[in-house]
Write a protein that binds this ligand. Sequence first.
Ligand SMILES: C[S@@+](CC[C@H](N)C(=O)[O-])C[C@H]1O[C@@H](n2cnc3c(N)ncnc32)[C@H](O)[C@@H]1O
Length: 274
Amino acid sequence: MSSPTRQEADEVGEIYDEMSDLVDVYYGNIHLGYWADDDDPTPLRDALERMTDLVVDALELAPGQHLLDVGCGVGEPAIRIAARSGVRITGISNSAWHVEETARRVTAAGVGGLVTARQADAGALPFPNATFDAVLALDSLPNAVDKGQWLREVGRVLRPGGRFALTDYTAEVPLTPADREVIATHGIFDPPTAPALCDLVSDAGLVVEQRRDWGARARRTYDEVLSLLHHRREAMADAYGSERMRAFEDSLAPVLEVCRAKLGYLLVAGHRPG
Ligand SMILES: C[S@@+](CC[C@H](N)C(=O)[O-])C[C@H]1O[C@@H](n2cnc3c(N)ncnc32)[C@H](O)[C@@H]1O
């Protein structure tokens, strides 16, 4: 199979732009949730916020610091982080709609003094070297066509000693070309194995301190999202047309099947040396 292309990456931005109501299925937190085990009764929304908190814990933020949120979605994680830790946050996304929606939600949440968002490419960040105290990439790295380039950019804009935390899907078993093709349609490009992801981070000049395999903790998200989508089908069909909605659901089901059966989920955190 050929490598994912820039055009495919742009199409991911378009999916995010066009299916804007989809973010409500995730309560505005477009990442995986965290459950302690199969008996954990935590509802999806709380599990999504708990994932944000657990990943952000690895950044050891202090009030007044400046955090870059790479692939900020619609800003819900940034709003939560700002409200809890008092850090200043710059979010970036390649989706114009995400940036607008972040601005709207930030104002509504009353954290406008702390959080701003702009449209930018994570592979060519529009910031000088050593701008940020910390960098977060919460479920955005799966969308990277060139993960190494994103990670080098993270290292470049982090100040020496600054901390990073990122999450990504990992291949737990070898993926077939068909698996890769299916998940690429929803913006998951060539998931690496867990050791390969850590190597990419190290090769970008970053020091890996923590590596947590949370595949089993996060996996319930797929079923929860499918079920919510099913319940909202009619309302969403009003907005997008029933044919388009059906096509979307039909295309999502096999993606989630590959995710459930073959992908893990890894937190990698550490610092830039210096
Ligand atoms: C799965 S969402 C995660 C959003 C957010 N971190 C959250 O947890 O809610 C991935 C985000 O990465 C952004 N993204 C994907 N490719 C990007 C790129 N090349 N440059 C900047 N942002 C990108 C998407 O627009 C989206 O906002």
